[in-house]
Design a protein around this ligand. Sequence first.
Ligand code: AMP
Length: 433
Amino acid sequence: MTFKDLGLSDSLLKAIEEKGYTKPSPIQEKAIPKVLEGRDMLASAQTGTGKTAGFVLPILQLLENGVDYRKRPIRTLILTPTRELAAQIHQNVKEYGKHMDLKSMVMFGGVKQKPQVAQLRDGVDILIATPGRLIDLNNQGFVNLKKIEILVLDEADRMLDMGFLRDIQRIMTLLPERRQNLLFSATFSKDIKKLATGILSNPVSVTATPENTTVEVIKQRIIRMDKPRKTSFTIKMIEEGDWQQVLIFTRTKHGANKLCEKLNNKKITAMAIHGNKSQNHRTKALAQFKKGEVRVLVATDIAARGIDIPLLPHVINFEIPNISEDYVHRIGRTGRAGANGVAISLVDNEELAYIRDIEKLTKQKFDKEIIEGYEPPYIAEKDIKAPKGNGAQSRGRGGSKNSNSKPGNKKHYHTGNSNKGGGNRGGGNSGNR
Ligand code: AMP
């Protein structure tokens, strides 16, 4: 299958060639013809699958017919959860549409609104926006969404996680009823299904990777670890492996800052991105990381969403997410475009229950490694407590506190001097005593 077979126009084919894509990815093969037909779509796809081109390319083609060059009302709205993702999609729109006469703009908060208002006045065919600023500018009368023909909700699961449901519902009331709707999500909770039912009309379903499973080319290592020794182990891995581009996830902003500081102290250049950092800082950190000027990017889940880092070889889960879907998103940062990647999770005793939830969600049972010198205190299987709220699958942060995994518990695993099991592999939760 070639891009030409998908029915794309010459100007798009030229842009695709210039991007260096030789053939469509599976999601593109499935999505492009259906979007061109004008169908609504429910797509299960993670970042890294080529999903952006999967909707941007056919949308550009649909819009090219019927441009109103004088007025240029907004005809496509792409909603995204984060500024970074919005900026990245805008970049793609510009690249794929470079041989077309379509105008696009990106709109998000945290920056001045004046230039955005000026751009709106100039006329825009495609608007890529985060919900908050869009509603804000609409309330001020600067945005008219009455001529929207195509609506895209990208990373819809993340939008709900971030509490954008009401904003999305509000935005829906601003759109004309007749329109084409595309909804992309990496995971499918009940809430997402409900949202989709409310918005989509007779949609085709398209799946890039099986629902809620992790991408197979990604090698996943789960290492049980004594909490206070996570930092030294992380430093050791980066130094000994001479890793030059590592993405590390923490659960909290504070955790991200602290780890960053410790890495920098060890002369491993690191920058943090999270919700408390300014947009400028986040953009700069990401650019430097991509260029290889900064070796480690430490991110919280929300900040990292939608970041496009091609061919990322190493992802470390320094802390395990209390929301299992985040694990799927995190490790989706590696192994993109068919390249192999390793996702390493450092799991302390308090996080074992999270791992159990992740195993359930992704339908896999991890081998849990134990590394000599970094063993966690012993914890019995029965003492691994489920996170509060039975699985904590909501975005209420906080999570579990396992009374039996206090650092004060001095009973440790013994791996002895022998490398049991040919390497550092320990058993399952029953340990390696
Ligand atoms: P996405 O899943 O949309 O974030 O895309 C992930 C990465 O794959 C981006 O860096 C795209 O530029 C790249 N990409 C998208 N489509 C293709 C393709 N057909 N061939 C090669 N790379 C692609």
